[in-house]
Design a binder for this molecule. Structure first.
Ligand SMILES: Cc1cc2nc3c(=O)[nH]c(=O)nc-3n(C[C@H](O)[C@H](O)[C@H](O)COP(=O)(O)OP(=O)(O)OC[C@H]3O[C@@H](n4cnc5c(N)ncnc54)[C@H](O)[C@@H]3O)c2cc1C
Length: 597
């Protein structure tokens, strides 16, 4: 049975020493989030994940979901109880507004909890995860009545939410969407069409399911400018809040898929289902973007989560599995062989994953704090900077953390040799589960195009220039001393490569857009490396300061500093390769005639 321990200590280092949460005391909800309270909350969340969610991961994968002849869906054994424990613990509304029953705590805590939940059981964690996305969309774009009708029940966890975008003929290009909405004359619409791949579309864990559905109002323009967003409950909600008749929406079938077997991926049939417009007509994509952006960050967190849990299991195995002797002579002469963790190649693999995990976690915490500032600050300038940062970083977090999350799950599986390929060890599941994170919420190639095509040039490049200035200023401030040199010099080099790549796009992609398309994925990864390198430089600085306080954490801080050095020596040099690839442009990529493929 795979093991999992939530990295609470590592998170607390981030929240206390690297990005002190106390500095944000002026934001609503933060005054209650003292370090002690935060640690207690996360320890409680860790317990739920380790003791309730994680033990159901393997069995949930093996059992999967079942669609019954009446169209209902049964989730794996004990999923419902685990979900109920999550809801009863108030986790759904941890960061939701108090007026709808939430606790109003910083949303960064929710983001951290998402990592724990997803590491413990990705498939199960998706049910509340999608609900939180739907809550966010309704909070921003719902009418007062819609908020009153749906939010308290969703925040309580009694009802769950979904997002319905994809149709058989359209995923990336939603402008092709066919699901139609016909006005009923009473303010509601009759929604008809087929949606596919809908996560948590039908299940047995909640009393009601609140579907957020993209559809085209009859007569609306073709393309993305004619799409509207609707709220369509599985059961109608009576005036007094009780549940009424079943709506015309049902699960036609379940997809048989590579991973996340415990999550019901549904074909959803809308047969004149009654729905209500959310936000303005024909501005549905805009409204859905609230949910999509939330979900993209959450999917980035999922990428890290699989890397983390796979790493923990690989470390345990590498300390236990005896094969061969260390190159420098036996380390455990009393045993028949040394544990494989003595071998440099095994250590290289494990450290690559560890160095990524800790940087990715820092990036997520930093992004989570920016999300809080963007949503809660009363200072316009501060909010603007945080919003810019979120826009820029969303495709990077989604694309880079899931690409590397999957790669790392494979690397961790490799540590098990042949046993990694055998299902009972659980490593195969981490690989299979991690794979979807690169695909859904916009395939990663699309994230890269979003970064290069939309985010770089937005507002005259304001966001990217702010990022460059911040990283550049940090390097300058800390370049003087010897102690941080091992972190600052590689970071400066990486930043230089990123700036050159950005300049190259400005000079070569306007007139020839294929140059942007051909270099986008390399650019996204180059960006991710610099962002994570920046995280490591900040963590190294904080670790040195913490070590100097001499409060019994020297070993832990030394491990931090060494892991950061490994990142700088072994992972950061990839920035040069990424720049070289980008600078070759699109000529060769586009020259091959289609028939030659
Ligand atoms: C398990 C699972 C769960 C899902 N859950 C949900 C859900 O809850 N709700 C929902 O609405 N959807 C969901 N999806 C759908 C998912 O978001 C889509 O599959 C995804 O967005 C890609 O769309 P597509 O499959 O149509 O691929 P396509 O859009 O056909 O893309 C195919 C490939 O072409 C590339 N491509 C397409 N257009 C371009 C372009 N312009 N430039 C460069 N490359 C391009 C893509 O990157 C991709 O690699 C889920 C899918 C799965 C498998």
């Amino acid at each position: 049975m795979p093991v999992y321990k939530a990295p609470v200590e590592d998170v607390m280092f981030l929240l206390n020493d690297v990005f002190p949460i106390e500095r944000h005391n002026n934001l609503p909800g933060f005054a209650d989030a003292t370090p002690d309270t935060v640690e207690a909350i996360l320890a409680e969340g860790a317990k739920l994940c380790e003791e309730v969610f994680a033990p159901l991961n393997l069995s949930g994968d093996q059992e999967g979901c079942t669609r019954n002849p009446d169209g209902s869906v049964t989730t794996p054994k004990d999923f419902r109880q685990a979900y109920e424990a999550y809801a009863a613990g108030g986790w759904m509304g941890l960061a939701a507004p108090e007026e709808y029953g939430g606790q109003g705590l910083p949303s960064v805590l929710n983001t951290i909890m998402q990592e724990f939940v997803s590491s413990a059981n990705l498939a199960l964690g998706m049910y509340p995860g999608l609900t939180q996305g739907a809550i966010a969309a309704l909070l921003v774009h719902g009418t007062e009545e819609q908020k009153k009708t749906y939010l308290p029940k969703m925040i309580e966890g009694a009802w769950t939410g979904t997002m319905n975008l994809t149709e058989p003929h359209c995923g990336t290009d939603l402008g092709l969407l066919k699901t139609k909405a016909v006005p009923n004359g009473d303010g509601s619409y009759a929604i008809s069409g087929t949606k596919i791949f809908i996560s948590a579309g039908e299940h047995d864990m909640a009393e009601n399911i609140v579907h957020l559905v993209l559809a085209r109002i009859e007569g609306a323009p073709q393309g993305t400018k004619g799409i509207s967003l609707f709220v369509v409950p599985k059961f109608h909600v009576n005036g007094d809040g009780s549940l009424g008749d079943r709506n015309g929406v049902s699960c036609g079938s379940l997809e048989h898929k590579m991973g996340i077997h415990g999550n019901a991926t549904c074909v959803m049939n809308y047969d004149g289902a009654k729905g209500w417009l959310v936000g303005e007509a024909n501005r549905g994509l805009n409204a859905m973007f609230v949910m999509m952006n939330e979900a993209r960050l959450a999917v980035g967190v999922q990428g890290l989560s699989q890397s983390e849990v796979a790493y923990q299991n690989a470390v345990a195995y590498a300390k236990d599995r005896l094969q061969g002797r260390a190159l420098t002579g036996p380390k455990f002469p009393d045993r028949p062989a040394d544990p494989i963790i003595v071998h440099p190649d095994v250590r290289r693999t494990l450290l690559s994953i560890k160095a990524f995990n800790e940087a990715a976690r820092a990036l997520i915490v930093w992004t989570g704090l920016n999300s809080d500032i963007a949503h809660r600050s009363s200072d316009d300038a501060q909010r603007q900077t945080a919003e810019d940062y979120m826009g820029l970083m969303t495709p990077v977090v989604k694309g880079v953390l899931t690409d590397l999350g999957f790669d790392n799950a494979v690397k961790a599986q490799q540590m098990f040799g042949g046993h990694g390929y055998i299902e009972e060890w659980g490593m195969s599941q981490f690989v299979r589960d991690a794979r979807i994170t690169q695909i859904y919420e916009g395939a990663n190639g699309i994230q890269a195009m979003d970064l290069v095509g939309r985010k770089l040039g937005k507002d005259g490049g304001r966001a990217v220039m702010t990022f460059f200035n911040e990283v550049g200023a940090f390097c300058q401030e800390n370049a003087g001393g010897e102690s941080l040199k091992a972190y600052i010099v590689p970071l400066q080099q990486g930043l230089g490569h990123l700036q050159q790549a950005t300049m190259w796009f400005m000079q070569n992609a306007m007139a020839k857009p294929d140059n942007a398309g051909a270099g986008a994925t390399d650019y996204m990864h180059l960006f991710g490396l610099v962002a994570m390198g920046y995280m490591w430089a900040k963590m190294a600085k904080a670790a040195q300061a913490r070590k100097a306080q001499g409060d019994g954490v020297a070993d832990r801080m030394d491990a931090k500093l060494l892991t950061g050095r490994f990142f700088m020596e072994r992972l950061m040099p990839e920035t040069g390769m990424r720049l070289a690839r980008i600078s070759t442009g699109a000529d060769t990529t586009m020259a091959l005639p289609m028939e030659a493929f």
